[in-house]
Design a protein around this ligand. Structure first.
Ligand SMILES: CC(C)(COP(=O)(O)OP(=O)(O)OC[C@H]1O[C@@H](n2cnc3c(N)ncnc32)[C@H](O)[C@@H]1OP(=O)(O)O)[C@@H](O)C(=O)NCCC(=O)NCCSC(=O)C1=CCCCC1=O
Length: 381
């Protein structure tokens, strides 16, 4: 009997049709701020599989915490499409450069300096943003979010659109919307209720308090968590987070909550002293990809399509209305909130005086340029 290799050689077509829409390098769309790399796929024993790859889509804007600009959004859509149609690609790994941030959402500089007060332009941007989320949810290959650091705002939304998330435990998670002039309707309000239940979704989507990777694992937003901090050459869990106790003296679950007071400060100091090493994260990601490659490809894709439905159905039901609302919101709250983050500093703060705004609106004050200026951090002296 012929070997499988011989049959492949004899029967595979000599010419393959390219199903990509355009023939451009992903990097060329965004000055290299999104990288697309095909890395050899590996088996569970670590050996390289000939002719098969994982596509790594990497945000490369570390100075701005891997936030995405408009060009990066375009490049990401192309990258997911490329990975989706590439016969040699088994899985997609979506990550960012460095160890600080996976992604902290839309680029607030671009929001404040270009889109603020320009709803028709932001509506066009939201076409692209929506297509990016849909490209992740529609990818024919399993998508693993390698959470190399903070996953905040739109970063959390595109992360939750992925099929799996594996994080290092110095990463924080959460939303920023209502603090910075937006609503977390770029996916979070669709995905959170189905992923963690309505009550915790409400807490995350409205209060915008960051939570730890250990809590993210407990809530079920991520599949796995690994340490990244090395002290004296040994991996240790994030020292700013409770990881050694499950309940407090009143029986409340505290595993994954941030430590407070002196303990928190000591934890931060220890992180500064130590070395950050993402090798355990990479090992976990490779292990997961190796499990995924050991399956029938079409059965895998069908399973992904079915299991994505709770997220996808919610997303499809809301995404166009969300786009329209977000565009118009650029006229007042987003215009104010993103400018405040962009123009504020550590000293002045980067948020507006919410109570002052609410007091003004409570007596019917209209949204004027003068009102917006007065709300900027430091404007009142
Ligand atoms: C909480 C933070 C994520 C981290 O805070 P901290 O650890 O204190 O770091 P910073 O000093 O704030 O940040 C370090 C530098 O990175 C720059 N940065 C961080 N995030 C962004 C960003 N999103 N865009 C541009 N630049 C960013 C920051 O300015 C610092 O640089 P500098 O030169 O000034 O020293 C905190 O950084 C934070 O809250 N970031 C903003 C989060 C945010 O508001 N994201 C946008 C949310 S809205 C969104 O994503 C949406 C998606 C689609 C739908 C509509 C929508 O709104």
């Amino acid at each position: 009997m012929a070997t499988t290799d011989e049959i492949i050689k004899r029967t595979a077509p000599s010419h393959l049709i390219d199903h990509n829409l355009i023939d451009r390098e992903v990097e060329s769309l965004c000055d290299g701020m999104v990288k697309y790399e095909k890395r050899p796929a590996k088996r569970k024993d670590g050996s390289v599989v000939q002719g098969l790859y994982n596509a790594w889509i990497i945000f490369n804007n570390p100075k701005q915490f891997n936030s995405y600009t408009t060009d990066m959004v375009k490049a990401t859509i192309l990258a997911f499409r490329r990975a989706s149609v590439d016969r040699e690609v088994s899985a997609v790994v979506f990550t960012g450069v460095g160890e600080k941030a996976f992604c902290t959402g839309g680029n607030t500089k671009e929001y404040a300096e270009y889109y603020a007060g320009n709803p028709q332009e932001y509506r066009q941007y939201m076409r692209l943003f929506n297509d990016m989320v849909s490209a992740i949810l529609g990818c024919d290959k399993p998508v693993v979010c390698r959470v190399n650091g903070m996953r905040i705002g739109g970063g959390q939304e595109i992360g939750m659109a992925c099929d799996f998330s594996v994080a290092h435990d110095l990463a924080n998670f959460g939303q920023a919307g209502p603090k910075h002039g937006s609503a977390a309707i770029g996916g979070a309000t669709d995905f959170l209720p189905v992923m963690i239940g309505c009550e915790q979704a409400m807490v995350s989507g409205t209060l915008c308090e960051p939570f730890s990777a250990h809590k993210a694992a407990r809530l079920g937003i991520i599949a796995d968590v690994v340490p990244a901090l090395k002290i004296d050459g040994k991996f240790v869990p994030n020292p700013t987070v409770v990881t050694d106790k499950f309940i407090d003296e009143y029986g409340r679950v505290i595993h994954g909550e941030f430590r407070t007071g002196t303990q928190f400060k000591e934890g931060l100091a220890l992180i500064k002293e130590g070395e950050i090493d993402l090798s355990m994260l990479d090992q976990k990601v490779e292990e997961l990809c190796a499990k995924l490659i050991d399956t029938f490809p079409e059965c895998m894709t069908k399973s992904l399509e079915e299991l994505r439905k709770p997220k996808l159905n919610a997303w499809n039901a809301n995404k166009e209305n969300s786009r329209a609302w977000l565009a118009l919101n650029m006229m007042n709250e987003a215009r104010t909130g993103f400018r405040a983050f962009n123009e504020g500093t550590k000293e002045t703060g980067r948020e507006i005086e919410f109570v002052k705004l609410r007091q003004g609106l409570a007596v019917g004050t209209p949204w004027t340029e003068e009102l917006v200026e007065s709300l900027m951090p430091g404007a009142q002296g």
